[in-house]
Design a protein around this ligand. Sequence first.
Ligand SMILES: Cc1cc2nc3c(=O)[nH]c(=O)nc-3n(C[C@H](O)[C@H](O)[C@H](O)COP(=O)(O)OP(=O)(O)OC[C@H]3O[C@@H](n4cnc5c(N)ncnc54)[C@H](O)[C@@H]3O)c2cc1C
Length: 385
Amino acid sequence: MDVIVAGAGPAGSYASYRLASMGYSVLNLEEHREIGRPVECTGVVTSRVFGYVKSSAVANRLHGANVFFPGNREMHIEKSEETTVIYRDSFDRDVSAMAISAGADVRLDSRITEVKVSVDSVHVKYRHEGNVLEATSAMIVGADGANSVVRKSLYGSRPSRVVSTYQVDSAVRLPDQDSVNVYLGSESSHGFFAWAVPTGDITRIGLGTIGPGARDLFGRLQKRFPEGRILSVTGGPIPIAYLSRTSGPRSLLVGDAAGIVKPLTGGGIYTGIVSAHHAASAINEAFQSQTFSGNSLSRYERYWKSQLGRELWMDGIVQRIFAGLSDSSLSRIYSMLSSPGVVEMINSVGDIDYPSRLVIRILLRHPAILMNFFRNRVVPGSADA
Ligand SMILES: Cc1cc2nc3c(=O)[nH]c(=O)nc-3n(C[C@H](O)[C@H](O)[C@H](O)COP(=O)(O)OP(=O)(O)OC[C@H]3O[C@@H](n4cnc5c(N)ncnc54)[C@H](O)[C@@H]3O)c2cc1C
């Protein structure tokens, strides 16, 4: 076996697809019995994702956002480009089908429990239908999500910043089917935000918060939708800080396993697929040169960072600043953002995959926003926290 790919989420399936397309033998091990389930996602992506994956798993198309600031002050943002809400389970199956068509061996119900790297190979143990099986390869890709076993076994590190989430599918129809609702402030979240995403008669309502407590905060968010009946509940951790090292001898980490996720929104489908794309390129070069050392594979870091590194780094800083804003600061920021010209700027420059361009332009226009942060930070335990 040339490559073992751990996990068949979007990142693992895309890496498997690309490597198999290049002619490598790929074993893609997935712990669940079904690709794409359980769903732990809201499914909001930009059209960039469809440049990589052909999928028609579309639940809705959005063109705007209603942003609610503390005190229920609301701002509407209108976008010309469309944002797509996908059915995440079908989407994941589409990516996995691409991998299978390209020749990857996708094995379900196969939970990796142990990973060892020696000078000349990678050795994994996995549980399949109650039995412990083993597999050997030249390389391994850790695409096994936020709680990656590959990362724990080979890297011994974890993302330094993690958002916990709680989300429900609610049987309630939002009047505005064309916009996502975003809720800011301490009533909805500590340091992140809450959302309601319309998909017809079902709305995906959820929140992320830095640290634990997502379930408790959800009770308050739910009061905004008194008529909504809960159909299903999901959630899970989102790592929003990438690791200082995402490559090592005979191994690479992609997607959530590496913390390659957009810090401001928690979106990781696009970034996971992009990192998988670059992982396949780096692995191809490793096979060509027959060098699988950590040093040689570090080219993977250069590749993915050339496309995402600056953005994720900047967004990480902005996220930390945002997370420290008190409700009163957010209210003042609302007043500044509502000023003439700024909403138009948000409409024209805003991009959920690359938000730093907009943030920089807003800060240049309103440097006082930054001052608000230093003047009025949330102090843990204070009344505003
Ligand atoms: C509530 C919530 C809402 C979100 N909303 C959005 C959104 O709107 N847009 C967006 O872009 N992102 C969103 N995200 C983030 C997004 O879901 C992830 O960033 C994305 O799934 C990362 O893809 P991945 O392939 O790296 O990891 P995953 O999708 O987590 O896939 C990892 C796979 O590995 C498997 N696995 C794990 N451990 C093992 C093991 N030991 N052996 C074998 N297999 C294993 C898992 O079963 C899983 O299939 C959201 C996340 C949450 C929690």
